[in-house]
Design a protein around this ligand. Structure first.
Ligand SMILES: NC(=O)c1ccc[n+]([C@@H]2O[C@H](COP(=O)([O-])OP(=O)(O)OC[C@H]3O[C@@H](n4cnc5c(N)ncnc54)[C@H](OP(=O)(O)O)[C@@H]3O)[C@@H](O)[C@H]2O)c1
Length: 328
């Protein structure tokens, strides 16, 4: 049997565990959610589109027990909006239920350059900054504890594409991007956002572990080329041709979700921290640009500053003052 999220989690019992999966409405996040509820977890499907997510839950329901379906919980979380992400964090803070697994999975792959209503570059925000905010808010709210793990969905582009970089200028001041930067952003923003995600992992594992003892683990895996809705962002021609070429170099979501699930549940993964698994489930060396501690310091501090400016509050206050954005 081919390796899948189901096969790597065989005999795992997640009863009583709460798991948050961003981007659970389709693709890899949908498959992670399906397998997690089968293994007994409650899954918070943190998604931007309620109608689509409810449709996804209905689709999954056809192969799940009633009890499993009840444990699939939609919560609105638009990763491209810091205000929306923060409202989500506040709702979970009010519930005061620990989060045992936090999958940083949602994101976009190839959308043309655009600014969010908060004036940020869209892909960087949805793929990276929204997740950074989740991490900081959940830490403040004490929702992550010694039994918690963060698992980020990486991509080959983020560690193999030689030109991928943490483009901090684009994160900080996208409105100043030149015409050339805007036109290549469609192809570079996603790998660049994954570089930032790896820098977040590096910073977290180097600096934040004293906050909770013993350690919260933060790992990542590349699902490899996986047949998901992602393909629809590659333009009309490639979308049209997808049924012809994808079977030759893309695998199923069951397989794409396997490495992420393995990190989350396997006994053999219990001592791993700060690792990146490739599509063959092998630990790979993280490129120097994503291990650079000076750069990760800068990226972390800049992200903090952007959030403080946009939400108009210190990061240290996130989810400590109950209800301030819930009311708005
Ligand atoms: N498929 C691949 O070949 C591949 C390879 C390497 C890495 N990855 C990574 O795998 C992850 C999942 O992608 P996928 O392949 O499963 O693609 P997908 O089917 O398109 O799923 C992406 C998910 O992210 C969500 N999302 C996008 N923008 C969002 C936002 N602003 N706020 C909240 N959620 C948002 C989507 O929500 P909607 O349903 O509302 O659009 C969807 O649930 C991504 O991080 C991607 O970079 C995929």
């Amino acid at each position: 049997m081919a390796t899948s999220a189901m096969s790597v989690s065989e005999n795992v019992d997640l009863t009583g565990k709460r798991v948050v999966v961003t981007g659970a409405s389709s693709g890899i996040g949908k498959e992670l959610s399906r397998v997690l509820v089968i293994r007994g977890a409650e899954v918070i499907m943190a998604c931007r589109n309620e109608q689509k997510t409810r449709h996804t839950i209905n689709e999954l329901a056809s192969s799940l027990d009633e009890d499993q379906v009840q444990r699939l919980v939609f919560e609105e979380c638009d990763l491209s909006s810091l205000k929306n992400v923060y409202s989500f964090c506040q709702r979970l803070t009010e519930q005061a239920v620990p989060i045992h697994r936090l999958f940083f999975n949602g994101g976009v792959f190839s959308v043309p350059f655009k600014l969010t209503p908060e004036g940020l570059e869209y892909t960087y925000t949805a793929n990276y900054l929204g997740h950074y905010l989740l991490l900081r808010a959940f830490l403040n709210a004490d929702l992550l504890n010694s039994d918690s793990q963060v698992i980020a969905t990486m991509s080959e582009g983020g560690y193999q594409y030689p030109f991928a970089s943490a483009n901090l200028e684009m994160l900080a001041t996208p409105e100043n991007a030149s015409y050339l930067q805007r036109s290549v952003a469609r192809f570079t923003a996603s790998p660049n956002s994954k570089v930032m995600m790896m820098l977040m992992m590096e910073y977290f594992n180097r600096n934040m572990q004293d906050e909770v003892a013993p350690k919260i683990r933060f790992n990542s895996a590349d699902p490899g080329p996986t047949l998901t809705d992602n393909i629809n962002q590659m333009g009309i021609a490639l979308k049209f041709l997808a049924p012809i070429y994808t079977p030759f170099f893309m695998h199923s979501v069951e397989r794409g979700a396997a490495g992420l699930m393995w990190l989350a549940v396997a006994d053999e993964a219990k001592d791993l921290n700060g690792v990146l698994l490739n599509k063959r489930f092998k630990e790979v060396s993280i490129p120097a640009r994503s291990r650079d501690s000076n750069l990760s310091d800068r990226c972390w501090e800049l992200s903090e500053k952007i959030i403080e400016t946009r939400l108009n509050m210190p990061v240290s206050s996130l989810c400590r003052e109950k209800g301030s954005l819930l009311a708005s």
